[in-house]
Every structure is written in C-alpha cells, then in structure tokens.
Design a binder for this molecule. Structure first.
Ligand SMILES: [Fe+2]
Length: 222
C-alpha cells in the first residue's frame, strides 16, 4: 500500500525530533559498570531480566517506550510485521544488525542442512552498525530493515523505541524470532555486507525475557 504524501514529511520531522532526545529528558540515569559482564557470563544471567521495558504510552497508531539492556544483553533477531519503527540510543552503545526478508522463490540455493527441517526464510543481511547517543535514530519500515538484533556493547545501554502501528497479534502484527543459519566466519573478519542469508524461525530464546520498570520521565498527553 502506498504511504500518504504527508507520511515522508512527518517521518522526517519525527526523526529530527527523536535525534534531539537525551537520557536526561526522560529522567533516565545511565546505569554504570556495576552491571558489567564478568567471567564466563553476565553475573545477572538467569536471575534478573536481561532487558527491561519502560512503557511510556500506546494508542491504536503507535507505541512508545524505553528498552534498557544490561551489559552483554541481547534482544534476539526478531521482526515487526507491517510496522514502522524508530530507535534512539539514550546511553551506552548498541550494535544493531538489520535484515530484510526476501520473497520466497528468490533463493538461488536450498537452505543449509542445519535448518533441521524448520521453516526457512531467505533474507538480506543489510547492515551491522554501532549506535550511540550521538548517532541519528535507527529506522525500520515494513519492507526495509524490518528484522533486527540488538546487542549492548561494552556495558549497559538504553534506547527509546517508537513503533507505528504497535504490535497487535489480532491484526497479524505479532513478533517472531529467528536464528541465522550460518556458522562462524572462516577468517578473522566477518563476511562483507550486504549478503543473502538463511533464517529459521525459532521460539523465544530461553535466556531472553523482558521485565518491566516504571517510567520516570515526563507524562505524555495525547
Ligand atoms: Fe525490535
């Protein structure tokens, strides 16, 4: 479906506004290295949620909240079917990997045997970039960068997240998780991007869950 003409203009304006948001605007205090990973794994693993969500507001048109990632935490590869999104890092550093799904039948080769018979999806692994509070917002649309994996790099991190329309399983906007079907790179350098990859849909990882925290910032009046 073609986006209305004002969509691009409004999106650009929202992008500009989000770019100006800082942690202190939302009364967020960056979490220090006390949550840093150590030894064989993060000390919080299995005890407290690796990721927390601060709900700010939600309407039929959009949802807005803050995700807080502990040091070493990861939001596994997932999608946002039919949705637009904007992420702005508030503190810390995130590594965001973005992918597009490709139409079925686009694959030049069959999926690797590691798929284990599960439903496979051909995708274009487009980018993997670091984002900090100095970075512009990271955008996703229904067709571009719709799948992403978000990793906290070198300590805790947080980002403001806007999704439009919001997740709504009753209207086909449910979240699915995926795993990349490929072994570790043969050389020291990761393979160049963009490149085509195979994904397999998976249940939500056992070590990933999202807790809730109260939002300390200004109230949003709708
Ligand atoms: Fe997401």
């Amino acid at each position: 479906m073609q986006a209305p003409p004002a969509f691009g203009e409004n999106l650009h304006r929202l992008q500009q506004l989000l770019d100006e948001v800082r942690a202190e605007d939302l009364h967020l205090v960056p979490r220090g290295p006390s949550a840093a990973a150590a030894g064989d794994g993060p000390p919080w693993a299995g005890v407290v949620p690796p990721v927390s969500y601060m709900h700010i507001c939600e309407t039929e048109s959009f949802s807005m909240g803050v995700f807080l990632l502990r040091s070493g935490a990861c939001i596994p590869l997932h999608d946002h079917p039919g949705m637009n999104g904007m992420l702005k890092v508030l503190y810390g550093t995130l590594r965001i990997a973005c992918m597009d799904t490709l139409p079925s039948g686009a694959a030049a080769a069959p999926p690797p045997p590691a798929a284990g018979g599960g439903p496979c999806l051909r995708a274009l692994f487009r980018s993997r970039q670091h984002y900090t509070p100095a970075s512009p917002p990271c955008l996703l649309s229904p067709h571009t960068d719709n799948l992403h994996q978000i990793d906290a790099v070198d300590g805790p991190a947080a980002f403001l997240d806007i999704l439009a329309p919001p997740y709504d399983p009753q209207h086909g906007r449910d979240c699915h998780y995926y795993r990349l079907l490929e072994g570790p790179p043969a050389g020291a350098e990761p393979p160049a991007l963009p490149r085509e990859v195979w994904l397999v849909e998976t249940p939500q990882a056992a070590d990933f869950w999202c807790g809730g925290e109260p939002y300390p910032g200004p109230r949003v009046c709708l």
